[in-house]
Design a protein around this ligand. Structure first.
Ligand SMILES: [Zn+2]
Length: 401
């Protein structure tokens, strides 16, 4: 299939391996205020991708982490006066429940950062030994000048633009211990109330980026076929993973395809925890079925940002109702068979072309309508229904489960 790789900035052919599982790592949630429709959108994209790869005869080894060692989680725990690990446990449970309700294929590996500290420390030690990182007063920083292509994925013009983007997304340029404001933390001393673990540099905790390097390489190996997440990870998170991982493993590229989903907007503003304009899956599921939410969220081109319009979801509800009715329709077994081939061909060609889910969904809709009409006009729809069921199954609809 053809898939867009963010690093190359273009579509490239993904050859589905036949002699081994394809490896997929998706950056998971920081377990607080989960799961909103933006998360659901990201994980749905990879869910359909996995189902499509399986349809093509491949198998997938899928790792999705939980970022339970991260500033925003600790800040929220402190604000609410509850232990960070209790907050993480509660929110991770809710996240898993939401994923199950949405019929998301569970990852083969679901590691928690807090349980992988021993995986991270040797990687940081090795980066120090190789001269890619330096130790300052109990902290360890990655020296970005040692990897001149750092941040290429962001496609911004020059160092200042890169630094501005990093600062927007959690970088602290004023840390006096850093040689360069763009250098990022691999290990840091914990603040009061935060968890600490022993390390060669004193007690502390890892930086965010090294967590994913450790979990991805531990569970999937030194090189990964597809690494994904939301578009907000295009910088600095994913480029930081690259520059840590490649010197450590000695293998380039770390990742063959970087795949990023668009972000959710609500009422003209980006949906974000800081603005508090979140639509939670558990709330949306009170109003609409999981299939309807699936249909709605996958009706947007996956790489584009999308505006969540509450009043548009009922349109997806109707589509799912037609799909369900078409799968159950009774035609005339002695009648002329309905030819589903054109719908089927167009559907799979759409998924093959960079996972064009809107176009594929349109085929599910069109074939559903054709079956309903043909069934009432005396056609035999059995073959068309099995094609439709297969198409709906690749989309993960409960209706086709
Ligand atoms: Zn990550």
């Amino acid at each position: 299939m053809w898939l867009f790789d963010t690093l190359r900035g273009q579509k490239a052919e993904l050859l589905i391996p036949r002699d081994r599982p394809l490896t997929l790592y998706v950056c998971g949630v920081t377990p607080y205020d989960t799961t909103h429709v933006g998360h659901a959108h990201t994980f749905l994209i990879f869910d359909v991708l996995i189902r499509y790869i399986r349809h093509c005869g491949g198998t997938v080894r899928y790792c999705q982490n939980t970022t339970d060692v991260d500033d925003p989680l600790f800040e929220r725990a402190a604000r609410d006066g509850i232990p960070w690990d209790e907050l993480a446990r509660r929110e991770t449970e809710q996240f898993v429940k939401d994923c199950q309700a949405l019929n998301l294929i569970p990852p083969d590996f679901f590691p928690k950062a807090s349980e992988e500290i021993a995986t991270m420390i040797p990687i940081i030690e090795r980066l120090v030994e190789l001269g890619h990182a330096y130790v300052r007063n109990g902290n360890v920083y990655f020296d970005v000048s040692t990897e001149p292509t750092y941040g290429a994925m962001a496609r911004v013009d020059g160092y200042e633009a890169l630094l501005a983007l990093a600062n927007e997304r959690g970088n602290n340029p004023n840390d006096p211990l850093k040689d360069d404001p763009l250098d990022f933390v691999l290990w840091q001393r914990s603040r009061p109330g935060e968890p600490t673990w022993p390390s060669p540099w004193g007690r502390g905790r890892p930086g965010w980026h090294i967590e994913c390097t450790a979990m991805a390489t531990r569970y999937l190996g030194p090189q990964i076929d597809i690494h994904g997440g939301g578009r907000d990870l295009i910088f600095p998170h994913h480029p930081s993973e690259i520059v840590q991982t490649e010197p450590y493993t000695g293998k380039r590229p770390f990742v063959h395809f970087w795949v990023h989903g668009g972000l959710a907007w609500l009422d003209g503003q980006k949906m974000s925890k800081s603005l508090g304009n979140l639509v939670f899956i558990k709330d949306a599921l009170q109003q609409h079925s999981a299939d309807a939410l699936r249909w709605y969220l996958l009706s947007f081109p996956y790489r584009d940002d999308f505006e969540y319009v509450r009043s548009d979801v009922p349109l997806a509800v109707q589509q799912v109702e037609r799909l369900t009715a078409a799968l159950a329709a009774q035609g005339d077994s002695k009648g002329e068979p309905l030819n589903a081939e054109p719908f089927y061909q167009t559907y799979f060609a759409a998924l093959d072309n960079d996972l064009d889910t809107p176009k594929a969904l349109a085929q599910i809709g069109a074939l559903s309508n054709a079956i309903l009409e043909a069934a009432s006009s005396g056609y035999n729809v059995v073959g068309a229904q099995s094609a439709l069921r297969e198409m709906a199954h690749v989309f993960g609809f409960w209706a086709a489960a």
